[in-house]
Write a new protein. Structure first.
Ligand code: XLS
Ligand code: NI
Ligand code: NI
Length: 433
């Protein structure tokens, strides 16, 4: 153990009545809900970038965090890894996620980047062995360095496409070496600022081809994990190509990848797209592409991806309700793509942010499970569509307009509307959250 979190104990579960700030009130990892432990349901993961790589800057000011591992050497990268694994252990977080650029110093070229990454991957492998912490997913940062300012796969310069493809390969290799359960692609700068300089059609083809190569490489190497795309509508580019779940599905269809790639859905991105989190989750489930979630919360006024730790149980409960309806996570999990506010500069803040997030998710999941097990919503939903289970309803789907016209005349069809019962259903939900 390093001494970064030296006065902070391993966080115990003490139950809802505890006033101990450094204890869980709702997250008891061993508690069984719907036949599975909370640990297995939630599959918590910490994001390396926010907690260990982000310096606390904003457009008006630079670094606010002073961390002993900040700096561009392999030695410091290892100090950072030591502190990261300390945090995972103190919190009992079973998984983590990282980008290449979060964990290794930036090299002079591709070869040095790869050497640095490989060295840190070996270091991670030892730490994972010692602690039992696992990798939920790996990914490549193809958006921070200036070479990616006009995109990675969608860059007008084929050399950037090549650099990006090569980097993705090394990051998939790193993920596989560490037994990662998924590989994520978030199209950081895959979009555009102005149509005046953009060949939108060509850029989409490039993005599709890159994704096909990723899927080919998965099959070639026998990687068992899932390939996940993370949709986001804007930020950093004005128009991101992977706008939302529906857009990603259309894109996957176009490139013949709908059976190969799933989505990693982030709460804050759903909000930016003008959707609710649960809408995105439900749609992904119905399209058969639900994979994993990036859990955070957005400020509803800011218009930015504020990546705050979740703290709204009713909101989170509706999201986990859709996850439960999808049958729960398979390879996916709950990754906290969440960061501290830039004034929260103490080591304690990092731990407390995660405690709050984990407790909020645990309370939300338990509420969702109770609601689900009560069937209170599902009974009403089934009743609302029951007409479709009658002979008449079934027949309609296999008829044509002419047949339906004569049926409508013959049966004197004259429908009366029914209440949608929204308030009644909201009251039911409120009994559980
Ligand atoms: C940014 C994204 C990013 C991805 C991983 O908004 O959420 O953090 O999760 O590249
Ligand atoms: Ni994310
Ligand atoms: Ni995000």
């Amino acid at each position: 153990m390093t001494d970064f979190f030296k006065d902070i104990p391993t966080i115990p579960f003490e139950g809802p009545d505890s006033a101990n700030e450094f204890a869980f009130r709702h997250y008891n990892p061993e508690e069984i809900v719907m036949g599975k432990s909370l640990k297995e349901h939630l599959r918590f993961s910490a994001a390396y970038w926010h907690s260990f790589a982000w310096p606390g800057g904003d457009p008006f000011g630079a670094q606010t965090f002073e961390r002993p591992w900040f700096g561009d050497t392999m030695e410091l990268a290892k100090v950072k890894a030591d502190v990261a694994f300390d945090m995972f252990q103190k919190l009992g977080i079973p998984f983590f996620c990282f980008h290449d650029a979060d964990v290794r110093p930036e090299g002079r070229d591709f070869a040095e980047n790869t050497r640095n990454l490989e060295e840190i991957v070996d270091y991670f492998a030892e730490k994972m062995d010692e602690t039992g912490v696992k990798l939920l997913w790996g990914t490549a940062n193809l958006f921070s360095h200036r070479r990616f300012m006009a995109g990675a796969a969608t860059n007008p310069d084929p050399e950037v496409f090549a650099f990006s493809a090569a980097t993705i390969k090394t990051c998939m290799d790193a993920t596989m070496k560490l037994g990662g359960e998924n590989y994520v692609l978030w199209g950081g700068r895959e979009g555009y600022e102005t149509l005046l300089n953009t060949d939108l059609g060509r850029e989409r083809q490039q993005a599709g081809r890159m994704l096909q190569m990723v899927v080919d490489y998965k099959h070639k190497t026998g990687f068992k994990g899932a390939i996940l795309i993370e949709p986001k509508p804007q930020e950093p580019t004005k128009h991101q190509y992977d706008y939302d779940v529906a857009t990603v599905y259309g894109f996957l269809k176009e490139f013949g990848l709908e059976g190969e790639v799933q989505v990693n859905i982030e709460q804050g991105h759903a909000i930016l797209a003008g959707h609710s989190f649960e809408h995105e989750l439900a749609l992904a489930r119905e399209l058969g592409i639900f994979g994993s979630i990036d859990m955070n919360r957005n400020d509803y006024q800011s218009g930015w991806d504020t990546d705050q730790f979740p703290n709204n149980v009713p909101e989170v409960a509706l999201a986990y309700y859709e996850v439960l309806r999808a049958g729960g996570f398979k390879t996916g999990g709950t990754n906290f793509d969440a960061k501290l506010r830039r004034q929260s500069i103490d080591p304690e803040d990092l731990i407390l942010g995660h405690i709050g997030g984990m407790d909020t998710c645990a309370a939300g999941l338990k509420a969702a499970a109770a609601l689900y097990e009560s069937s209170a919503l599902e009974k009403q939903r089934t009743a609302r569509y029951s007409g479709w289970e009658t002979e008449f309803g079934k027949k309609l789907m296999n008829s044509d307009l002419t047949e339906i016209e004569s049926l409508t005349r013959k049966n004197l069809i004259n429908p009366e509307p029914n209440s949608g019962r929204q308030e009644r259903l909201e009251n039911i939900v409120n009994r559980f959250v």
